[in-house]
Design a protein around this ligand. Structure first.
Ligand code: 9WN
Length: 430
């Protein structure tokens, strides 16, 4: 069967009458950034109905203050025993802002919505403008939430490893050492019984830390002001910032297309906020731990995410070129030398089959692809596109891939892998 047809089948299989689960076994609800990627896939299939519904169901979980949680627990009663943490753990109702009609988590994920919405619209041959007009105020409210509560000149703070989408990346090792005593929660986990190899998943200690942070957030009643003053995990994150800034641009363009006034931020110098003056890396940009006042260097593709926005200098683009040349050389003995691992194989922190500590993820590589193409670095974007399509064709629609052997790992029939393949199959004009 053709790659396109296989991808479409996966999305149709994971569709749940309004939203799409990331994978059948492991993740039974709607996830925030997954949904953004998945909606793009429906648009690339010209399935306008599913495209709008995916986004509308996501927005059902939005809080009154604009915050958009990372999990929307649709059909919560039916699946509550299938996933941990379930909705009760979050007790999101302690915030007066949480919706009553559906239960949600109390943390976010990279704010991809505005960017994904616009990218999806570009795929659709025609679309219902009134439906866009109805959705845009929620998207604007989400961007305002970030602008007003998480932002420092375009650098966005995240409050939990899960908010990064890259849950157990070594990026969080240092800040997690400073969150105080860990509570024991890991005995409640459900994920380990659903995977073939538990060593691919985060450790028990990771889970204890994740849930200890949730306890802290509940103590703050999920109130942004209280969190900012008292909460122990606050990291300025390049990926979240990249999607926020790109989202500002996407939102402004969509608003203008409908003659809606816009007040998005344009004068950001956010790359400066991540510049580590002590680093001698080719790309000297790192996440920043606000609570412990420390940059968090790691050999990983983080510094490439700036490309998603307009706000990059020519000097930076040259540095990117050099960085990618070095990367290709170091990867030359592996089967997919232009794909980026979540932690590079030459890092002391690299674990090739463990989740966000080494494996290659399609959404990360697709994000880098979009950025490179946006800035005309097509020599590299073309290679990433080819190799994403090749690895999925050869190995299957997996959640992540072993960077050295290329083997597919984690959940099979993974929704965003399918959706982003559909995006790339349509995106042929280099
Ligand atoms: C916690 C759904 C999500 C992705 C994340 C990925 C994983 C959840 C988990 O699955 O996280 O949010 O239970 O491990 O890390 O990026 O959105 O696919």
């Amino acid at each position: 069967m053709e790659l396109r047809e296989r991808a479409q089948q996966i999305l149709n299989m994971n569709w749940r009458n309004g939203y799409t689960v990331p994978s059948q076994k492991l993740y039974p609800f709607q996830w925030n950034w997954d949904s953004g990627f998945i909606a793009i896939g429906y648009a690339a299939m010209q399935n306008e109905q599913y495209f709008w519904q995916e986004i509308e169901y996501l927005i059902k979980g939005q809080w009154q203050n604009g915050f958009l949680p990372h999990i929307i627990y649709h059909n919560e009663e039916k699946y509550r025993d299938q996933y941990f943490p379930n909705a009760d753990v979050w007790a999101s109702s302690i915030s007066g802002d949480a919706p009553e009609s559906v239960k949600t988590s109390g943390i976010a994920q990279p704010p991809v919505l505005a960017f994904a919405l616009q990218r999806g619209l570009r795929h659709l041959q025609s679309y219902d403008q009134e439906r866009l007009r109805t959705i845009l105020p929620s998207v604007a409210q989400l961007q305002s939430f970030y602008r007003n509560t998480r932002n420092s000149q375009g650098a966005i703070s995240i409050y939990h490893p899960w908010e990064s989408g890259m849950d157990n990346s070594p990026l969080w090792d240092f800040p997690l050492q400073h969150i105080g005593e860990l509570q024991k929660w890991h005995h409640l986990r459900r994920d380990l019984e659903k995977v073939d190899d538990p060593s691919m998943r985060p450790t028990h200690k990771d889970y204890d830390a994740y849930l200890t942070l949730v306890d802290h957030l509940k103590t703050c009643n999920y109130d942004p002001e209280t969190i900012r003053k008292k909460y122990p995990f606050q990291v300025k994150d390049i990926l979240a910032s990249a999607f926020f800034i790109a989202g500002e641009q996407s939102l402004a363009e969509m608003q203008r297309s409908l003659d809606i006034p816009t007040n998005t931020a344009t004068d950001v110098d956010w790359q400066k906020m991540f510049h580590d003056p002590t680093s001698d890396d080719t790309l000297p940009y790192h996440n920043y731990d606000v609570c412990n006042r420390k940059f968090l260097p790691l050999e990983c593709p983080y510094a490439l995410f700036f490309l998603l926005t307009d706000h990059v200098s020519d000097q930076y683009k040259q540095q990117v070129n050099t960085f990618l040349q070095q990367h290709q050389q170091k990867m030359s003995e592996y089967p997919y030398p232009n794909l980026h691992a979540s932690v590079y194989p030459w890092s002391a922190k690299f674990v090739p089959n463990c989740y966000w500590k080494g494996p290659m993820w399609i959404n990360i590589n697709w994000t880098i692809y979009c950025g490179l193409k946006k800035h005309g670095l097509t020599k590299w974007s073309t290679k990433i596109r080819e190799q994403i399509l090749k690895i999925v064709d050869e190995q299957g629609f997996y959640e992540y891939f072993h960077p050295i052997s290329g083997e597919g790992l984690g959940a099979d029939n993974f929704s965003w892998t399918a959706a982003l393949v559909l995006d790339l199959l349509n995106d042929t004009n280099e």
